[in-house]
Design a protein around this ligand. Sequence first.
Ligand code: GSH
Length: 211
Amino acid sequence: MRLYGFWRSSAAYRVRIALALKGLEWEPVAVDLPADGQRQPDFLALNPQALVPALEDGGAVLAQSLAILEYLEETYPQPPLLPPGAVARAEIRRLAAMVACDIHPLGNLRVLRYLRGRLGADDAAVTAWIHQWIGEGFRAMEALLAGRAGRFCHGDAPTLADVCLVPQVYNARRFGLDLTPYPTLVRIDAACAALPAFAAAAPEAQPDRPA
Ligand SMILES: N[C@@H](CCC(=O)N[C@@H](CS)C(=O)NCC(=O)O)C(=O)O
């Protein structure tokens, strides 16, 4: 398997966590986002959306991290990242979608570039924007998980919800969001960080991370 990603891309980070939890071997292909590697013809041929990650597996090229996660779950089912039961699975997919569909897209590189370039937002305004949308999403996630989560978002084994949550917490810290109002999310993030698979997938552990 070949994963096109970027060390700090949280969508690629999700896929790296799932690959590691499932014990799968993969080859990293770095796409330098700040240098617009995602807009070069060779990458656009793989993903015309100009977004990482993309995963090559057995001749197939997949994109969109949630689709890739579901593919991995179906193709390499052990250990499962979705529990038995339609309701529990829907709850986990809900949490994953809250991050991947509602929080993360508003802080994406191209959105922040547009805010700065076309709308003239300064650093303070961009930071306020990021805090607003992560904060709104995290408030809802905290309300859903407080008093209900186990060691992880759902019970005592990591699921796709944790796979999506951890990179978003990384982003929140990167942009200096105060996480005090989200103690359950912080506790789950710490439980995940203690697992070797999450540590191996962390941005700091990636070979394309600048020295
Ligand atoms: N919905 C997509 C989002 C992918 C995405 O936003 N990737 C970011 C990095 S985290 C990216 O490639 N950004 C490039 C850009 O904004 O130009 C997914 O889940 O895969």
